[in-house]
Ligand binder design. Structure first.
Ligand SMILES: NC(=O)c1ccc[n+]([C@@H]2O[C@H](COP(=O)([O-])OP(=O)(O)OC[C@H]3O[C@@H](n4cnc5c(N)ncnc54)[C@H](O)[C@@H]3O)[C@@H](O)[C@H]2O)c1
Length: 269
């Protein structure tokens, strides 16, 4: 596929940690990444991205603020797929100070404008916080109804619901996948200094990139799904069976094994 005809993938939050890794992954620069990607990229963020390539489009600064619908309409124009990562990622974020604009309005705007622009699919970065109100001893399933443990998690549950509402209204022309992302960690930073519960929630950047690939490139029959985004951990705080079946996710890392290996490497055990 030539550069000019490649479909356009818009990544919101394109300067963030997860987007920065995924841009490198799409460029084939990360261990295990596919050598080529068929996408043209447009990175959108109020901050200037650092991992963009010369051929990427970048919308940065105030015109990239996703809490403004007109900005979002421009940002998603012509997109085939939108990976919506822009948000305040803090579970302690204040509602009026931050979440209302960055997580509530921005997500509504992205989904609304995407449907209006004929975007085929939105992949939405939800969070385990959408379901961390359930008892910690209970393994969370992707089909669980939201039970957020904090207002940030409620903002992610809102995003899942907005995706579902627009899929319900769009008669098959639009699809959405919400990923309940666990604790994102670089492989070499996984350590033993967390509870087993936290370890069991971890997802490496590499596995999350695999899941993004599965959601943006594959799963053509999915109209709406919520999937779980953690690594193939020895103990799975979130079930991965439905996610494997729905989108063909094949995680390769185990946070428990990585933590042990990293501890040995630095001489802690
Ligand atoms: N990092 C994690 O462990 C984790 C876990 C679960 C879910 N998530 C979700 O994944 C996504 C990305 O997380 P991250 O860790 O890369 O966060 P990050 O803070 O590094 O990146 C988010 C980016 O979004 C941008 N942004 C925020 N509000 C914006 C707006 N209104 N308009 C335009 N850009 C805006 C920020 O400038 C930032 O660059 C977020 O939606 C977050 O809630 C992250």
């Amino acid at each position: 596929m030539s550069e000019t005809t490649a479909p356009l993938l818009v990544v919101t939050g394109g300067a963030g940690r997860i987007a920065t890794f995924y841009r490198r992954w799409l460029a084939g620069e990360e261990d295990g990444a596919p050598a080529t990607s068929n996408w043209r990229l447009r990175l959108v963020d109020v901050r200037e991205p650092s991992a963009n390539r010369p051929d990427d489009e970048v919308i940065a600064g105030p015109d990239a603020d996703m809490s403004d619908l007109a900005n979002v309409e421009r940002a998603v124009a012509g997109a085939h797929t939108v990976l919506h990562l822009a948000a305040d990622p803090s579970p302690r974020a204040d509602f009026y100070e931050s979440l209302l604009d960055r997580n509530i309005k921005a997500t509504y705007n992205v989904v609304h404008a995407s449907v209006a622009a004929g975007v085929r699919r939105v992949v939405f970065a939800s969070s385990v916080n959408a379901v961390n109100g359930y008892a910690a001893s209970r393994q969370s399933r992707a089909s669980d109804v939201p039970f957020p443990g904090n207002v940030y998690g409620a903002s992610k549950a809102w995003g899942e619901a907005v995706c579902a509402a627009y899929v319900a209204q769009s008669a098959g022309s639009f699809s959405a996948i919400a990923i309940r992302i666990g604790g994102v960690t670089a492989r070499d930073s996984v350590n033993l200094e967390v509870s087993a519960e936290m370890q069991a929630l971890r997802v490496t950047y590499h596995d999350l990139a695999r899941l993004f690939d599965a959601c943006v490139n594959g799963a053509p029959d999915v109209t709406f799904a919520v999937v779980n985004g953690i690594s193939n951990n020895r103990y799975l705080r979130m079930d991965l069976e439905e996610t494997r079946q729905l989108v063909g996710y094949h995680p390769e890392d185990d946070a428990f094994a990585l933590a042990e290996a990293n501890a040995k490497r630095v001489g802690h055990v």
